[in-house]
Design a protein around this ligand. Sequence first.
Ligand code: APR
Length: 226
Amino acid sequence: MLSGAGISAESGIPTFRDADGLWEGHDVMEVASPQGWASDPELVLDFYNQRRKVALDAKPNKGHLVLAELEQHFEVTVITQNIDHLHEQAGSSKVLHLHGELFKSRSTKDPNLVYQIPGWELKLGDVCEKGYQLRPHIVWFGEDVPMMEQAVGIARQADIFVVVGTSLVVYPAAGLINFVEHRVPKYVIDPNIPDVQPMANLTLINKGGGEGLSQLRLSLLRNHAP
Ligand code: APR
């Protein structure tokens, strides 16, 4: 399954593109691009420090919990564009973070040096073991998506594919559904259904994450459970 910011909306984490979107009055390129980092790293660090504070207060909601529970019946892999850890907190065991992780930092010199951020704060002057500044472990606009290949492999092998809470405007993530086999049932759950090109076996569920996933769970258990 593929999730986006919408699945965390019911936990109180604002999405990016709904009204009151998360960019907090910033141009996205200021706070989420290599150029933004080069011109004002302190602003970027502060932006993600605020995101961490909000995330620390958030709890998984019904949507996250239903997905975790589905592991009792199906082999579930969550591909998420979200940088929070609400899927893991709900109990999902296989979560692939396409766009990075809010509570990790990485060296600006050696991308293999990745660290856990214990609290909410990452500051100028926090350095890796080689002495170079740490940056958020986030995939910014214009950067490669290193997990994409793995995500495509998962989409190709899926027997059921569910998309929840994403506007499907940011690529390459938005294209994942196109790798899913024709015969495979596909579900898109969103209170504001995004543009999806017509495709075989597609069901649109025009609801929020918690309610939509609960409804889908019942129908999956009825129709597909082994
Ligand atoms: N339940 C489910 N979906 C919801 C809910 C809800 N309660 N509330 C809103 N949504 C939907 C919106 O209708 C919208 O389709 O969630 C979607 C959120 O879209 P975006 O804000 O664009 O978030 P997302 O698709 O995850 O963004 C993709 O863009 O900015 C980058 O890297 C960032 O990972 C992010 C990527």
